[in-house]
Ligand binder design. Structure first.
Ligand code: HDE
Length: 676
């Protein structure tokens, strides 16, 4: 890629990228060293000498390599990309990156789980962070969102309580990256504003198939401000081009063991393969004068705006097309802040958002060690920045001159402010006439209606998964009173949820608290998402010496846009000369979207045993299953033939269409629920 093809952020980062290959090893002072394997000693068998500056520098640097992990969202992965706008939004906002369709804005995105530590597994049942830094020519704009459109609490002052409850319990630091424990559910039952978000975290949304297949939400209501100073309320959405898909819970738990980097690797590999992840940016807009036209308060972060009532307008597309060069320098040091704004976007009085505006800078000060984190390459704006801030740990800018104050005459009163009409940021002048109180608005007090709407909007299988998830989580709680309180609480959401959960816990079914709202929002069901086969991963099972045209199967699946791995008893090559990608020992059905059996009765006993286990598990996880040639006999033997999503001959017809359907839930619903 020539320098001109690179966007402004990549050109800027190039100045900091260093390639050590073929270079002489030096100390940090640039001194070439003749030896790097032996410390300086008094005699070959004697003590190490303190004058060994090379040893001391190397060891000291190593000792200081770690910084505190993020208190929440510690485990994450990032990627670079670009954002393109479909149409000018100047009627709503003066933000230039949302006005000019000819501009591509560089972005850096970091995805994360919330509760687990940096080294925890990717498939924890949890919300996912979805934070985007737009490097605009007017400064950095950060959209620091989640894959769930609502939040557990309504006021930021409760965030430390929420996080203390969900993090591993303080006496024994158990469990890691899981909400299935007493303190979390104690918090839920005693802070019932969490009801709606808990519905989402107990749903399949909390165990995504891929980071590329999940939605993103800004959560809070923000404002868009146009050139005339007119304000509209807005909610931000990211809609994945591949649709929104999840794995099933049994699979999630197994993936965490088989490949705890499942999401991280999937993101990395897709970008390396050129299958660039894409999302469309969506806006829901409410006119200023319609603020009070809804049956919920639009400033309440535990409420969403049903898409059927306030449509999502798709306004642009983000493509992630480059992996970081260095995880620490980029993904670990990136510092997001919902208060990083550009003119044309502003806050509302959502009390959760207001508190976040304090927390994010504060946390970077401890995490990144001082106030100069904006100078780190990943955090630098692509536009110039000047002010009178000076000094502090790790300062890199060499500010010349003697003036570092405003107002001044010695530097002609510069750096100068910029009037609003010329692009200077100025806050939206909202009229406030209020008493100073510690209180919550009456309009925030309905905690259950939208939780009920979420439940009503789920398909039968999604409802079953919700019931199973709550039964699992509460089943892991040790205190009987917590189980009882939660079941009682969710009887306010729906008896069809609380009832089966109570039964599975062996508790009396609570009394019905209806009438329950019958409102539905079909957009909330993941069954109404896009179904595409692209980049879905298929395991082709075969045996080293077996007959069967594995090559033809691989070619046909690949030509349909699927990713294919050949799995056999050992690595190396098949008799036909085809490369084997995985052996049964290193592969597992939970790591694939679909499975195709090719070898038949002439295959080895190892194949027959391993392939049967593989296929059985894929079948239980209601995945598409196929065969080719003699492989059909194995499916017959397992009793799968004729079942939904099971295709005898993947070479005739399009197996990709079957894979696109993701799962065949009717197979699951035909069986018995674990609760019975
Ligand atoms: Fe965060 N959150 N948060 N949060 N959050 C952090 O900032 C906080 C909330 C979100 O990839 C921290 O740099 C408070 C909602 C993401 O680097 C911290 C409150 C949403 C990330 C913090 C919230 C988020 C964070 C920890 C309640 C969705 C990861 C490290 C008022 C809209 C960003 C850091 C990354 C990270 C505070 C609630 C999203 C401590 C006080 C709601 C995606 O500052």
């Amino acid at each position: 890629m020539t320098n001109q093809d690179k966007n402004s952020k990549q050109q800027q980062l190039d100045q900091f990228r260093v390639n050590d290959q073929d270079q002489a090893l030096t100390t940090n002072q640039g001194l070439k060293m003749a030896e790097d394997e032996f410390s300086l000693k008094a005699g070959e068998r004697g003590p190490t000498l303190i004058e060994d500056f090379h040893f001391r520098e190397k060891m000291t640097h190593f000792d200081h390599e770690r910084i505190p992990e993020r208190i929440v969202h510690a485990r994450g992965e990032g990627a670079h990309g670009e954002f393109e706008l479909y149409e000018s939004l100047e009627d709503y906002t003066k933000a230039e990156f949302l006005n000019d369709t000819s501009k591509k804005t560089p972005v850096f995105v970091r995805f994360s789980t919330v509760a687990g530590s940096r080294g925890s597994g990717d498939l924890a049942r949890d919300a996912r962070g979805f934070a985007t830094k737009f490097y605009t020519e007017q400064g950095n704009y950060d959209l620091v969102g989640n894959n769930i459109p609502v939040f557990f609490i309504q006021d930021a002052i409760k965030f430390p309580d929420l996080v203390h409850s969900v993090k591993p319990e303080p006496h024994n630091e158990i469990p890691q990256a899981a909400s299935a424990h007493d303190t979390f559910w104690d918090f839920v039952a005693n802070n019932q504003e969490s009801a709606h978000m808990v519905m989402w975290t107990m749903s399949d949304r909390a165990i995504p198939r891929s980071l590329r297949m999940m939605e993103g939400f800004g959560v809070h209501t923000f404002r868009l401000i146009n050139k005339e100073g007119k304000s509209h309320f807005v909610k931000f959405h990211w809609k994945p081009v591949l649709g929104t898909h999840a794995v099933v819970w049994d699979e999630a738990q197994k993936i965490n063991g088989k490949n705890p980097d499942f999401h991280r690797e999937d993101l990395w590999q897709s970008i390396e393969n050129g299958d660039f992840p894409e999302w469309e940016l969506g806006l829901q807009i409410i006119a200023q004068e319609d603020e009070f036209k809804f049956d919920f308060d639009i400033l309440d972060p535990t409420k969403l705006w049903p898409e059927e009532d306030v449509p999502v307008k798709l306004v642009g597309k983000m493509t992630l097309n480059r992996n970081p060069d260095n995880f620490f320098a980029e993904t670990e040091q990136v510092a997001f802040h919902p208060g990083h704004l550009v003119p044309g976007i502003d806050f509302t009085n959502d009390p959760l958002l207001q508190g976040r505006l304090f927390s994010y800078t504060d946390t970077q000060l401890i995490r990144l060690g001082g106030p100069n984190f904006h100078e780190l390459p990943i955090n630098r704006p692509v536009c110039p920045f000047f002010n009178n801030q000076r000094d502090g740990y790790g300062r890199q800018t060499i500010n010349v001159g003697r003036v570092s104050y405003h107002k001044n005459s010695l530097a002609n009163n510069t750096p100068h402010t910029t009037p609003e009409e010329e692009g200077g940021f100025s806050h939206y002048e909202e009229k406030i006439d209020a008493r100073k109180v510690r209180a919550r608005s009456e309009s925030f007090k309905d905690h259950f209606s939208q939780a009920t709407m979420f439940f009503n909007s789920m398909s039968e299988v999604e409802k079953k998964h919700l019931i199973d998830a709550m039964s699992f989580e509460l089943g892991k709680c040790k205190e009987p009173s917590i189980r009882e309180q939660v079941v009682e609480m969710f009887s306010h959401v729906h008896i069809d949820l609380a009832g089966p959960v109570a039964e599975s816990l062996g508790l009396p079914v609570p009394t019905e608290k209806g009438p329950y709202s019958d409102k539905k929002s079909p957009a909330l069901s993941m069954l109404n998402t896009k179904m595409k086969p692209d980049t879905r991963k298929v395991a082709v099972l075969t045996s080293v010496h077996a007959s069967g045209d594995v090559q033809a199967v691989v070619d046909s699946l690949k030509s349909a846009g699927l990713q294919v791995e050949v799995v056999a008893e050992r690595q190396g090559k098949l008799d036909s000369g085809l490369e084997i990608d995985q052996k049964f020992l290193t592969a597992d059905s939970v790591l694939y979207d679909a499975v195709v059996a090719v070898a038949g009765p002439d295959a080895s006993n190892v194949y027959k045993k391993e392939a049967s286990t593989f296929l059985q598990e894929a079948f239980d996880h209601v995945k598409p299953i196929g065969s080719s040639g003699d492989g059909k006999q194995l499916l017959e033997h397992l009793g799968f033939t004729g079942e939904p999503g099971v295709i005898d001959d993947v070479l005739s017809g399009s197996f990709a269409d079957t894979v696109a359907k993701h799962r065949f839930w009717e197979r699951e619903l035909g069986g018995e629920s674990n609760n019975k």
